[in-house]
Ligand binder design. Sequence first.
Ligand code: CA
Ligand code: CA
Length: 351
Amino acid sequence: MSAVDSNGDGKVDLIYAGDRAGKLYKFDVSAASPASWGAPTVLFSAVDGSGTAQPITSGIELTVHPRGGYLVTFGSGSFVEQGDPSVLSAESLYGIWDKLDGTTVSGRSVLQKQAVIGTATVGGNVFFAVSDCKPNWGPGNADPRQPSTDTAGCPSTLGGGTPATPQRGWYFDLPNAGERMVADRPLLQSGVVTFSTLEPADNPCTGNTVGRRYDLDVFTGGRVTQGIIDINGDGVINSTDKITIGGVDVYPSGKQLVGGASDVPLRFQLNPISLPPPPPPGSSSSSSSGGCANFVPGWGCAGTYAGQRQRVLDVISSEFLATGGGSQLTGTQLLLPGSSNRLGWRQIFTR
Ligand SMILES: [Ca+2]
Ligand SMILES: [Ca+2]
């Protein structure tokens, strides 16, 4: 479930929630009187490629869409009932555009498909690359994410080379049988949405459960075009942290987790940054900016610090089971996209 205060008055206006029949509901609770809220809308019904409903038991995360409305992200799958571990149904990750115009999203036929297009093993770890297709958000403004004509990053089997009719989001079918998204929620930060998936072992006593972590561009469902994983473990993210797919070097879109599966990754800053002090009350930001063109009071020169490495921890018993203990936490470097200056913020309302 995810709740939205769309007008910033401290009161929730919209609620998105899924059910075990694959229904993504939207509740409009913007009216002052609960009696006026009305019935929920089924914004989207998640079904696999064969039309079988996909249960939604994970949390939901959303962000503002560049064309207005919200992009609602979630994954499908179930791991709550006794028989769930042996269910090998096809599950998916989704990004659904709610345009807030009263329309619903009819199905995956109006979504851009993404898929794993290659894997590579580096240092004993399995990394993979996801396609780079671009959803067609329809005619309008100069959105940089135009329909893909890149058949290398978006094969023709995914629609590459043939711009699609206007779409309402993206989907990604999890590649392995039994793989599912049952984490508390996706982690969304700086345009990167991270999903943790689980692939239960047939025998729960073996502990050989696996999972995967997918780091996707939230607005395409495809791969992030900058490095975000330190795949060779040298503490630096640079052009050497690429894998070769079809003769092309690309930054990986995720990693296989052996010996367990992550829940929601935690993200924290690896190296504290020495920031200039905030400007004194009443002064203009430029007085303390030191010549920085995009000084942010209380933070510093955003342009200088954008792109700082952060660290993603895959928490839970995932990888230390396979590695036999040790630190019990396995981290990978994360490099946030560095061209966005302000990376993200949350507004806190007083009551
Ligand atoms: Ca509100
Ligand atoms: Ca590296």
